[in-house]
Design a protein around this ligand. Structure first.
Ligand code: ARG
Length: 618
């Protein structure tokens, strides 16, 4: 009945995604940023419809939605259908009458009635042109800052010292970094926290083993090369499993660590230092910034958690352990499930640390939004921790806490990703392989084109392509589902992949080289002019950037941004195929160059929010 930390961490895939997500209810409330241009536009149309309704139809819903098909304009109102009964008239007749009084001429072509009685609204090219000109002049590409900047903690990556930093941690690192980048771009004050597992029972084993094999290492830094700490941990674990005497010593060592014995602490620091170096290598390669604040940081705050729960009347003794009985969680026998706060031996659990962390983040860090990025296997853990924190009144109504779960990374066989020999894949090897394969692709393409490039160019380009491919493959999936890790798919030049996106960007840049165009200096009379269908389609898509970023900042689904960028490059290609750019006459030439530039800048910004840097040529 009693769940230990290990049991929480190693939940089987059956439990994955079984719990409703705390985050979703809280965040879906506002779909559009109230200060966003799209929200303003909608609001304006709704007001115009309400005015056209007049007193007779006061209170009726304008039922405004974006049109499902560009054939029907940009927005449509379905109100005439719903008003037919009330007015005893045919919807088409109602629609015809309404558009007589509908005043949107500053923004739209004349409204039209379609089908059984929809009112279609089509944005005027000169309105779109004005917005694109403004976007072109703005370094932020017309993406407004959040109305109120918040203090936000994003807890991500968070591997465990001396244990494998596995692909699950890689997902957390990539998704968490993207979320942090988006929130930072909106102007929020983001604290990126690495909640590393640096206080677990693994240290008892490790230190006991170190005392046996290399006592010098306990007193002198770098006395031995611990090499691969994970391999070292495996040996320690083997000793632990074989030898009861060793087990006992290891247990005592944990107690010594937690009570602050100087020699044990020194050994602990040494081990953490070693792991930190290994993690940092991965973060450097992935261009990830994080503040390490491991579980040990909260050690001195744990006793207060127990005391305060006691005072709140929530703490119950069960078989010597101090627990809180959870609402809505039961064990196999249908009994209420306890969350163990303090074990019978006095030790604390993973959940206790998270309870202390919530309090510290709200009270000391003044966080108004707390985001935790881990695999979906920890959904129960977070739901339980949040519940206890809520019931103890530790989370003010103004503070939002969200678990951001993600699915498993699977091999091409659909099983958990493994090496050919069945071992866990080391992240370093995985990134190396992505870069090597990217390099092979680049070299093959160069050979095909009989083109020479410097070694420096090839090395730098394959780094970016390889790492970007890994990141993009992860971010372009809806994070809540499992995804199949495939080097071939993520490195393909076609499809929704990083190489495709990077290539799309480089192609736009090649226009400036080819036509000797300085995009930064298109002349003061350069203005966007929208004539062709493909120009209008591209223009409307460009203008959705702000809304997409806002949506991702709410539901924390980076795949929306990937999809947006992918569609942008497709719409750009359609434009480029139908509209001559360098061969066009002025003033169209300047206008089209502006559309090219806007596309490139939007791709660059969007990719940078995904943690991907662009290549000027590839
Ligand atoms: N160290 C944990 C793991 O590897 C993840 C920690 C996530 N963050 C947290 N505050 N619990 O599974």
């Amino acid at each position: 009945m009693i769940e230990s930390r290990v049991a929480i961490l190693e939940v089987t895939p059956d439990n994955v995604l079984s719990v409703g997500l705390e985050s979703m209810d809280a965040t879906n409330a506002s779909q559009f940023s109230p200060n966003g241009a799209i929200a303003q536009l909608r609001h304006r149309f709704e007001q115009a419809l309400v005015a056209a309704f007049g007193d007779e139809l006061a209170g009726a819903d304008p039922l405004l939605v974006p049109s499902s098909n560009p054939k029907f304009g940009d927005y449509q109102s379905n109100a005439p259908m719903s008003l037919a009964k009330r007015l005893g008239k045919a919807p088409r007749a109602i629609a015809e009458a309404l558009i007589q009084n509908l005043d949107v001429s500053d923004l739209c072509l004349s409204p039209s009635v379609a089908g059984p009685g929809f009112i279609n609204l089509t944005l005027k090219p000169d309105y779109l042109e004005a917005r694109l000109n403004a976007m072109h002049d703005d370094d932020r590409l017309s993406v407004a800052l959040a109305q109120t900047a918040k203090r936000i903690v994003v807890d991500f990556s968070s591997p465990n010292i001396a244990k494998e930093m596995h692909v699950g941690h890689l997902r957390s690192t990539i998704i968490g970094d993207c979320i942090a980048r988006i929130l930072e771009f909106q102007g929020h004050d983001v604290l990126r926290l690495n909640h590393v597992g640096d206080w677990g029972t693994q240290f008892g084993m490790l230190i006991t083993y170190l005392r046996e094999v290399a006592p010098a290492a306990l007193t002198t830094a770098d006395a031995i090369d611990l090499g691969d700490l994970v391999a070292f941990y495996k040996k320690a674990k083997q000793r632990f499993d074989e030898d009861p005497q060793f087990q006992e010593t290891a247990r005592q060592e944990v107690v010594r660590l937690q009570s602050g014995a100087a020699d044990t602490l020194r050994a602990w620091k040494l081990l953490c230092e070693q792991s930190r170096r290994e993690f940092q290598e991965i973060y450097d390669r992935l261009d990830i910034c994080l503040t390490e604040r491991g579980e040990s940081f909260y050690n001195s705050l744990l006793a207060d958690v127990v005391a305060d729960l006691e005072q709140a009347g929530l703490l119950v003794e069960d078989q010597g352990a101090k627990c809180v009985f959870l609402e809505g969680f039961s064990n196999r026998e249908g009994q209420p499930l306890p969350l163990i706060i303090q074990k019978s031996d006095g030790g604390y659990n993973y959940a206790t640390t998270d309870l202390a962390a919530i309090r510290q983040r709200i009270h000391q860090e003044h966080a108004q939004r707390l985001i935790y990025v881990t695999d979906a296997g920890q959904s129960n853990h977070f739901a339980q921790v949040f519940q206890v924190a809520r019931r103890s009144q530790w989370i003010p109504a103004t503070v939002q806490v969200e678990h951001v779960p993600f699915g498993l990374v699977q091999g091409e066989d659909g099983k958990r990703l493994k090496t050919r020999s069945g071992d866990t894949v080391r992240l370093r090897d995985l990134l190396d392989e992505a870069v090597l394969r990217a390099r092979a692709d680049i070299e093959a393409r160069l050979q095909e084109k009989d083109h020479q490039e410097s070694e420096e160019f090839i090395a730098a380009t394959s780094q970016i392509v390889g790492i970007s491919a890994v990141k993009y493959a992860d971010l372009s999936q809806n994070r809540t589902s499992n995804y199949i890790f495939s080097f071939d798919k993520m490195l393909a030049l076609q499809g929704n992949t990083a190489p495709y996106m990077l290539y799309a960007y480089a192609r736009v840049q090649s226009i400036s080289r080819e036509g000797k165009i300085d995009f930064q200096n298109l002349g003061s009379d350069a203005k966007v002019l929208l004539k062709e269908e493909t120009e209008l389609t591209l223009a409307k898509h460009l203008l959705q950037l702000e809304e997409i970023i806002h949506l991702v900042s709410q539901d924390l689904l980076p795949n929306r941004l990937c999809q947006y960028l992918f569609e942008l490059s497709q719409k750009y290609n359609q434009f480029y195929e139908t509209c001559p750019v360098l061969k066009a006459e002025e003033p169209l030439k300047a206008s089209r160059l502006m559309l090219c530039d806007l596309t490139a800048r939007t791709l660059k910004l969007g990719l940078s929010l995904l943690g991907i840097s662009v290549l000027e040529r590839m």
